[in-house]
Design a protein around this ligand. Structure first.
Ligand SMILES: Cc1cc2nc3c(=O)[nH]c(=O)nc-3n(C[C@H](O)[C@H](O)[C@H](O)COP(=O)(O)O)c2cc1C
Length: 216
């Protein structure tokens, strides 16, 4: 087990599919099993299959740190739990060569309202598709992590599995290897972070924020 700050390190695995136990879950489950082998706990957090609203740009999260939209509280449930986790894997099925609509709404809102909770915590994404659109989805998912200054954890051959059913995903041997590589790299990075904390390595010095909106 990796103990940091008196507790076992934990990774949250977000399932952005409308299927609770579908292909995305199957890929995340492979990561979960490998993390366990590495002494790291994990939880699969399902965003559910009810419509998830997009961000309405009300800005109230800047004051409260929570999302004002209460009809689909997977966003606030995630924000409430996020502090307890040391790393994150965001999994999505590919819908029309993009992340699922619900997952895009979820990601927009958790990063807009809770980016500070994710700062410098490692992240990876997982894409599940029958056949195409995985690399486009991988690119769009990664953009969130760079903006939140989350170190991005790689798999061996991007981070995708192929299949239309969990059984088909289990036949994607190369995809499953990649899921295990993500888990092993995540564990290695968390060990490094823990060692750096214990050695007293300081966090990066903060820069003063400037926002210029491209008008000069
Ligand atoms: C609305 C919709 C759009 C889809 N678009 C694609 C696509 O662009 N490319 C693809 O390979 N599969 C596509 N699929 C199939 C799913 O990506 C695939 O079955 C996936 O593995 C399902 O994962 P899940 O069981 O976690 O939901 C689509 C499925 C749905 C429901």
């Amino acid at each position: 087990m990796i103990i940091s700050g008196g507790r076992i390190m934990k990774v949250m695995l977000v399932n952005g599919s409308p299927h609770e136990k579908g292909c995305t879950y199957t890929a995340l489950n492979e990561i979960s099993k490998t993390l366990k082998d590495e002494g790291i706990e994990s939880t699969i957090f399902w965003i559910g299959n009810k419509p998830v609203s997009g961000c309405i740009a009300c800005g109230s999260c800047r004051e409260t740190g929570r999302c004002a939209i209460k009809t689909d509280d997977c966003v606030n449930s995630f924000l409430d739990a996020a502090d307890e986790y040391d790393g994150f894997v965001f999994g999505t099925p590919v819908h029309y060569a993009s992340a699922s609509g619900n997952m895009v709404s979820f990601m927009d809102r958790i990063f807009f309202s809770g980016g500070r909770k994710l700062y410098l915590k490692p992240a990876a994404s997982v894409e599940s598709a029958r056949r195409g659109g995985t690399t486009a989805t991988f690119d769009m998912m990664n953009k969130y992590y760079f903006l939140a200054q989350m170190p991005v954890i790689p798999g061996g051959y991007w981070n995708m599995v192929h299949g239309n059913t969990p059984d088909e995903v289990m036949q994607d041997k190369e995809g499953l290897v990649n899921m295990r590589v993500i888990a092993r790299n995540m564990a290695w990075f968390l060990r490094i972070k823990d060692a750096a904390d214990k050695a007293g390595v300081p966090l990066p010095k903060a820069e003063k924020h400037e926002q210029t909106n491209f008008i000069r």
